[in-house]
Design a protein around this ligand. Structure first.
Ligand code: HEC
Length: 228
């Protein structure tokens, strides 16, 4: 009988403790978060942290289409000995914003109904896609025909978000500029639906790189220490 009791206790400990530490405590912590006001002197900016919420309509399309099956939106901090974001990562990219690239904090997801953190990193992390994004037309091309940009891409084509229609009169200025295999038949044009436009608005709104209150923007933006 005592073996049975140890077994049940062991079971409760093995499932209960991780449940408490990984789910209950983080949820309670997250629910208690409130936006924080920036201090102009220390933070160098005004307003509230986190600033603008993401584009909600587009996020619904993002979730429905399963983008978060392949894309994460989470720049992992270094914790204990586990390797995560290092100062300097992401700073070699063109169009680097004035605000520093940094790892994400719980606050970054405040105001989002769902936080599509993602499951695997099959595609690039999109947490800061908003500042490295090309112009709208190029993003639409990627969603309609990913291989028109990278012939090795395994990203699926989201053709259902676009309408292929007979061109009547002059070609619409919304029509995608597609060449090669991706191009529609002569006399036809491909135009985005309202959902595709909302999705692109959402992708452009992804910028989780604003300063964290209390961490001076100048310190955070300072170049990474030289590698030993
Ligand atoms: C099966 C996995 C998969 C799914 C699902 C997927 N993608 Fe991708 N995505 C990729 C891969 C791999 C790349 C990198 C190769 C490339 O650029 O095509 C990529 C690239 C991208 C890029 C360019 C990123 C950059 O840094 O330049 C964007 C934007 C993007 N995907 C958006 C989306 C959106 C929006 C959806 C949902 C509608 C989606 N993806 C669904 C795999 C996926």
């Amino acid at each position: 009988m005592s073996n049975f009791r140890t077994f049940i206790l062991g079971l409760v400990a093995s499932f209960g403790l991780p449940w408490l530490c990984l789910i209950v405590i983080p949820v309670l912590k997250y629910q208690a978060l409130q936006p924080v006001a920036y201090d102009k002197d220390t933070d160098g900016v005004e307003g509230y942290y986190p600033p603008a919420p993401v584009h909600g309509q587009g996020q619904i399309v993002y979730l429905r289409e399963g983008c978060s099956q392949c894309h994460t939106q989470m720049i992992r901090p270094s914790q204990i000995a586990l390797d995560g974001w290092h100062k300097g990562w992401g700073q070699d990219q063109e169009a680097r914003p004035a605000a520093p690239v940094r790892s994400n904090t719980l606050y970054d997801y405040l105001g989002e109904h769902y936080a599509p953190l993602g499951i695997v990193r099959s595609g690039p992390d999109l947490a800061n896609y908003g500042w490295r994004a090309p112009e709208r037309g190029i993003i639409h091309q990627k969603l309609f025909a990913p291989r028109s940009q990278h012939d090795w891409s395994n990203m699926p084509a989201f053709k259902s978000l676009y309408i292929v229609r007979k061109a009547q009169g002059p070609v619409s200025d919304k029509a995608l500029k597609l060449t090669g295999k991706a191009a529609p038949e002569a006399g036809y044009e491909v135009v985005p639906t309202a959902e595709a436009e909302a999705l692109v608005d959402y992708l452009l709104s992804l910028k989780k790189d604003y300063p964290v209150p209390g961490v001076s923007a100048a310190v955070a933006a300072a170049p990474a220490p030289a590698k030993k």
